[in-house]
Design a protein around this ligand. Sequence first.
Ligand SMILES: [Zn+2]
Length: 440
Amino acid sequence: MLEFRLYRLSADWVISPGESPRRFGSVLLYRDRVLAVGEDSSSARVVDKLRASLPEHADIVVEEHAYPGCAILPGLINAHTHLELSGWNRGFKEGQSLWEWIPTVVAFRRSADYRPAEAISRGIEECVAGGACGIVDIAQPGWPAWWVETFLPDRRLPSGPRPRVLSLLECIAVREDTVGELISRLDLHRWACTLLGLDAGITPHAPYTVPPTVLRQLVSYANARALPVAIHLAETAEEQELLQHQTGPFHKMFADLGINTRSLFGSGTSWAEYIAILSESSPLLIVHGNHLTSLERSLLQRSARRAAVVFCPRTYRRFGHAGYPLDEYLAAGIPVILGTDSRATNPDLSILRELQTVRELFPHMPGSEILAMATSQPAKVLGWQGWGYLRDGASAQITVVKLEDRIAERDPVEAVLAPQATVRAVWIDGQLAYSADNEN
Ligand SMILES: [Zn+2]
């Protein structure tokens, strides 16, 4: 007997961006596709129809997974993290500034505590336990050896479901004469991504580590190959001081590292210049964007082909920033999507917690808009077909969230965004990848 195994997930609520939440709904999965969303009766009809079309000696088995007190959501996307830092054990001083923190990261990477293969594997597990089916990771040049070590024990891929990973190779090149070496690394990166089943992209690290002359060459490499591009931009106001006047704390940080920034940035270099160089990249992820002015936001909106700003709420709060221009980005028509950033600035890699932090920081914002920041918006910007919604034919990526009953009665979307909500299960490509039952 030939057997086709389908999975029916049912819960108190099924929530898909842009639609009213459905009460007591279910989602029917077969392999990596959603076959039906809605009442149990609609998935029963789909099963009957499929069964009727089967030849003799074939049958359908529907495995039921009931999640009482929960909401079924499209698989969440964590749009910014650094998996290799998941083994971070250096603590974090409250009120520490970015230029004080960077040297501690450099010291960590040079220490015996830095075990990237182990950290990547643990980081992926943490992202999934935090509700993510998709991850945008910033990879270090030391890879792909670590990833091969992680994913190819005995040169075989592990059989369990793995989240979709867009791996963006971090490029740091303060001098133009190192670009050739970076390009070779990028070629290797693309090859390794293909081997490991990852999406490849590139991240010129930040304006203070990639001068405009270098950025132009990296961007033209990426654009010629239609690679996604991300950059850490406008994370602190002091970044601008370095670009424009070659003074301030970043200048001092480089001087301490023996690098003279005067030769790297012409006076008057600005974030606007960076945005102009990056505008042809698609998709383009502006990570942080904490300090872009209205002029720079409108330049980004007008010039970029397909861009989003990646907000990392808990990291933002941890560095003591206040007043993130979320409303301003949305008013300018620039999508804002969410990331956890790394374990070096965040206590965990839960994207659900980031959604809940946005609710805390922006009490006036409609819950549906917040939820879209980790579902439909990143799916659209990244061009991940079938992600971000729950509808017939969607990609079978599901995050199940346990809700607090009383809040859910009032508003199930708000119940997802309430701090009491936790990740109950995660399904990736139609397979159970995480279940809170198996914890403890
Ligand atoms: Zn980052």
